[in-house]
Design a protein around this ligand. Structure first.
Ligand code: TXA
Ligand code: MG
Length: 313
């Protein structure tokens, strides 16, 4: 057990959290998507603590958080297409997978041996302040035990990782609610994980079609295992009413014990998704979830739900 320090969301709290990163510690912090569990991306020992705390398999690479495109260019090659994407969407919930520079200094365990690196510039002031104070690149997966529901509040982080990480910045509002969209940028644009920035948004900004991952056997997002976000109990999708003993998560007119968005607003549903999965999980019951349209942000919500419901064996 480690004592997990609570850092207030104040300039001195952020300074102390950055100092913990400098000394090779792990610190959870909020971003606009979910909480990340950060460590110095250029120190293999520090990065190893992330894998240990989460119980994350070492073959699953991490996203590196940077201040902006200039900062990213120290670690990855930024071609013209990547530049357009950065100008259109950063800071924000879009992760780009780009060629790793040989002189990046990024620790080998961040990329799990790949020749590419996933980078993103988070948009919340708190995350930007922490990056500025620390100065270097911060490797940060979502701040949850591996394979479990992502964290969108300090309570979620503490319930999952207290005593296993060195610190947590106590603040934040994860207004997007779902992890970033991940896009592989090669001669093609390949959607590796859907998020609140949709394939359509990317197509509109770049004028280039976005290839869906499952159409491309060769390209693989190593961490996109079928079962993920797994609550303790089973999950039944597309249910129109709860069966005996089920905790029901509603959407729109199909109501439940709680409702992702009574108005049927997909953005609101995305923001609420993980918090409501945590609540459903705590009920100790089996979980039923109302249908959510697979359209726009709904594509990303559906991706998370289908993996929460996936067979775990
Ligand atoms: O919004 C987010 O992206 C959050 C916040 C904290 O920034 N982070 C996050 O990290 O969701 P994580 O580790 O839970 O998910 C990262 C995903 C994994 O599925 C991993 O396999 C994939 O990114 N990934 C990382 N590096 C990659 C690479 N070089 N190529 C392909 N996929 C990669
Ligand atoms: Mg995750």
């Amino acid at each position: 057990m480690t004592y997990t320090k609570r850092y207030p969301d104040t300039p001195s709290g952020i300074k102390d959290a950055a100092e913990m990163l400098v000394t090779g510690g792990t610190v959870a912090f909020p971003t606009e998507t979910v909480f990340g569990l950060g460590a110095d991306a250029q120190k293999a020992d520090a990065v190893a603590k992330i894998f240990a705390a989460k119980g994350r398999p070492s073959f699953n690479p991490l996203i590196v958080h940077v201040r902006n495109g200039d900062h990213a260019s120290e670690f990855v090659d930024i071609n013209a297409m990547a530049r357009v994407l950065i100008d259109s969407f950063w800071p924000g919930p879009l992760t780009l997978v780009l060629p790793l520079r040989p002189d990046s200094g990024i620790a080998h365990n961040v990329t799990a041996g790949l020749k590419t690196l996933a980078v993103r510039a988070p948009k919340t002031q708190l995350a930007q302040d922490l990056l500025a104070e620390f100065g270097g690149p911060i490797a940060a997966p979502s701040a949850n035990p591996s394979g479990k529901i992502s964290a969108t509040s300090t309570d979620h982080v503490i319930n999952g990782l207290d005593g296993k990480i060195d610190g947590i910045v106590m603040g934040g509002d994860c207004t997007e609610g779902l992890e970033s969209t991940i896009l592989g940028v090669t001669s093609e644009l390949v959607l590796l994980r859907p998020g609140t920035i949709s394939a359509q948004d990317i197509q509109s900004a770049t004028g280039k079609p976005v290839v869906q991952r499952d159409q491309r056997e060769a390209i693989n997002a190593p961490g996109q295992l079928a079962s993920h976000y797994a609550p303790n109990a089973s999950v039944r999708l597309n249910s129109t009413s709860a069966q005996a003993g089920e905790f029901m998560i509603g959407f729109g007119a199909i109501d439940g014990d709680i409702n992702l968005s009574p108005q049927g607003d997909l953005k609101e549903a995305a923001e609420n998704l993980f918090a409501m999965l945590h609540i459903a999980n705590q009920s100790g019951k089996r979980i039923a979830i109302a249908p959510v349209p697979i359209d726009g942000i709904g594509t990303a919500i559906h991706d998370r739900l289908s993996r929460a419901a996936a067979d775990r064996t």
